[in-house]
Design a protein around this ligand. Sequence first.
Ligand SMILES: [Zn+2]
Length: 106
Amino acid sequence: MIKAMYEKGFTGAIVVCDICEKRIEDAGGGAAVYPSVYTEEEILEVLHVHRGSCRKMAEKKLGGKNNTVSDELIDHMLNACASVGLSVEELERKRNANRESGVSRL
Ligand SMILES: [Zn+2]
């Protein structure tokens, strides 16, 4: 799940594991799990989880490994950005602008 946290003088988005409810701090250690439904434009529940035992629990919660799809968290986040029209270049431009104005911890 996406949550927010005040940290180092800024409040910003963080990703929290939907199973253990601890922060996912390393995109390489996270996954997104959702039901393997292939009905066009159906909006699906997604669980953001740590890889390993949390991902296995998420698969179980959503109907089992054979009924779910798991993406690496980094791919999921890239797709989420693309779905709202954000390119990697736009994210970089915004991050640099925020650094210059001091409104971001990134
Ligand atoms: Zn977890």
